[in-house]
Every structure is written in structure tokens, then in C-alpha cells.
Ligand binder design. Structure first.
Ligand SMILES: Cc1cc2nc3c(=O)[nH]c(=O)nc-3n(C[C@H](O)[C@H](O)[C@H](O)COP(=O)(O)OP(=O)(O)OC[C@H]3O[C@@H](n4cnc5c(N)ncnc54)[C@H](O)[C@@H]3O)c2cc1C
Length: 283
């Protein structure tokens, strides 16, 4: 049996989750949770609907950072002028997600909490140096998003903790792009994806972050690719070396949706497309 509660305050939610003994889940947009329950992957459990709690809502500037509440939907990200200015890769990633239904219902917090290796928003958020804010009844903590998922759908979140939101530095002049390949039927997840966020100065790369989705046990920062892009002046040779490095950094598996070899090769091509997307000439 599934017991659904709808607390009005964060305090009540955290008390509910702390007191529960068996499996307990936050219910945000429900796109993933309901699909899993219908697939028989979730049994008797407590579901705490977070929809009435204001603490999970909002997109705002907080000092030098931008803060996105966990209950923010992908569509709200796409429509946010603030994020269009400070997080263009995230806006493109959320626009690429599944289908209009999933974009309208699915949330940033749900995307993060699932710990999926192909989570589009997470891939872009890694290029923004994002942190995750977690809350439990007696403790609040903040940790780098890069340390949050440790394997396929495995995260460091404790059962009584919730994702309150994500934050990242509001960097000026940041460009960003997100490119992914997915089956032609639009309501499907990425086979491989690349996010790039960068600051350019006089046609050269001054700051860059690259992340790879769908090609490892979790979304990966491509640290070697970033070093390659920063080391040499921008040229066709620099691009070629960075593409080779991205392919080498991918750690994909074969599965029913795609071969590992295809996924690996696409990392180079998607990197090239993303760099084109931020306005770097391709050759
Ligand atoms: C048809 C379909 C297509 C999809 N396509 C894509 C895609 O293209 N790209 C993509 O990245 N994802 C995709 N998804 C996956 C998923 O819908 C999204 O990742 C979405 O962001 C999940 O958010 P939600 O609010 O619906 O989460 P829910 O379904 O409500 O929750 C998912 C999980 O996260 C937990 N959770 C949610 N919010 C919190 C919180 N604040 N604190 C703690 N735990 C929390 C829940 O307890 C649950 O375990 C797809 C799913 C479906 C069904």
C-alpha cells in the first residue's frame, strides 16, 4: 500500500520523513516515481507530496549565486530570463528533455535526486559548478553536485533528507550549449549528451566546463577535455584533440538502447556541436 501525505510546511515534511521507518519518497512532479511504481519497482511506501511547500519554489539571485528551488519544473527553467542570462546550458538541457508533459511536470529536484546517468539538467548543472542543498530534521548541508551521485541511481542522500534546491555562481558573460542524441521518438531519454559552459575573451577560451551524460555510471565532468581546451590557442587542431579526449573520457556501456561504441563516438561529435553552439568557429 502507498500512503500519500501532503504536508504544508518544510518542518512537517522533515518530521514525517524522519519518523517513517520503511521506504519513503518525496513526490515532486511524479514523472519518474509514478512510472517506477507502475513498473512494479516500488512497493509499500510513504510518499510525501512537496507541492504545497513554498521552500522548494523559486529561481532567484542569492548574493553572488543563483538559486533554483527543487520543485522548479523544466519548463519554468526554459522560461526564466534570469537563467537564460546566467545558465544558458541549463536552459538548453531542460528544453531538450523528453516531452512537453515531462518538461511541465518534471522538476530540477527530481532530476537531481534520481541520480540517473543520463539526467539532462544534471549534465548542464555540472558545467555551472552547482551545489546541492539538502535538508533533514536536524541538519542542513550543501555539497558539490559532482559528489552527489556515486553510481547508477545511487546518491549520497539519506532517506530522511530532501533536496531543497541547487545553487551555482552567477558568472557574467557565460555562454553555454547542450547537445544530445536520442531516439527520434521525442519522449525518450538521451543516448549521449554533452554540456559546455564557457567564458570567451577575444575568440579564446578563458573558462570552460564540459560534462558528459549517458556515457558512464553517472553524469561525468570531462576534466581532461577541459584541460585540452584551455591549454592551446583555439584552432582546428585544438578542437580535434579535445574531441579525442572527450571520446577517451566516456565510459559507456552497451545496452538495449545503444551500443557503447556509438555512445563513445558521439561524445566527440556532440562536443563539436556544443562548441559551435557557444560561438567558437569549428575550423
Ligand atoms: C517518458 C519519460 C521521459 C523522460 N525523459 C527524460 C529526459 O529526456 N531527460 C531527463 O533528464 N529525464 C527524463 N525523464 C526522467 C524524469 O522525469 C526527470 O528526470 C524529472 O526531472 C523527474 O522529476 P519529477 O519531479 O517528476 O520527480 P518525481 O517523479 O517526483 O521523483 C523522482 C525521484 O526523485 C525523488 N525526489 C523528487 N524530488 C525530490 C526532492 N526535492 N528531494 C528528495 N527527493 C526527491 C523522488 O522521491 C523519486 O525517488 C523522463 C521520464 C519519463 C517518464
Amino acid at each position: 500500500m502507498i500512503h500519500v501525505y501532503r504536508p504544508d510546511t518544510l518542518r512537517d515534511l522533515l518530521a514525517l520523513l524522519a519518523a517513517a521507518e520503511g521506504p519513503r519518497y518525496c513526490l515532486a512532479g511524479g514523472t519518474e516515481l509514478v512510472a517506477r511504481q507502475q513498473a512494479g519497482l516500488i512497493g509499500d511506501s510513504l510518499w510525501a507530496d512537496i507541492g504545497a511547500i513554498p521552500d522548494f519554489r523559486g529561481i532567484r539571485k542569492d548574493g553572488e549565486d543563483l538559486w533554483i528551488g527543487a520543485a522548479t519544473t523544466h519548463s519554468e527553467v526554459v522560461e526564466s530570463p534570469l537563467l537564460g542570462g546566467f545558465a544558458p546550458a541549463l536552459v538548453e538541457a531542460c528544453a531538450a528533455i523528453g516531452s512537453p508533459q515531462v518538461r511541465n511536470q518534471g522538476t530540477i529536484g527530481g532530476n537531481v535526486a534520481c541520480g540517473s546517468a543520463d539526467a539532462d539538467a544534471v549534465c548542464a548543472l555540472l558545467t555551472l559548478d552547482a551545489e546541492v542543498e539538502l535538508a533533514a530534521r536536524r541538519e542542513r548541508r550543501r555539497l558539490p553536485l559532482a559528489d552527489f551521485a556515486t553510481g547508477p541511481e545511487i546518491t549520497v542522500r539519506r532517506p530522511e533528507e530532501v533536496v531543497l534546491g541547487v545553487r551555482f555562481p552567477a558568472r557574467k558573460h557565460l555562454r553555454g550549449a547542450y547537445r544530445r542524441v536520442a531516439p527520434r521518438n521525442g519522449a525518450t531519454r538521451a543516448k549521449a549528451a554533452v554540456a559546455v559552459s564557457a567564458v570567451l575573451r577575444e575568440g579564446e577560451i578563458e573558462h570552460v566546463r564540459v560534462a558528459l551524460g549517458g556515457v558512464g555510471p553517472r553524469v561525468l565532468r570531462a576534466l581532461g577535455t577541459e584541460k585540452r581546451l584551455l591549454r592551446d590557442p583555439w584552432s582546428a587542431a585544438t578542437l580535434a584533440r579535445a574531441m579525442e579526449t572527450a571520446v577517451a573520457e566516456a565510459r559507456p556501456l552497451d545496452d538495449l538502447r545503444s551500443s557503447a561504441d556509438y555512445r563513445r563516438r558521439m561524445c566527440g561529435i556532440l562536443l563539436k556541436r556544443a562548441l559551435d553552439g557557444i560561438g567558437l568557429p569549428l575550423e
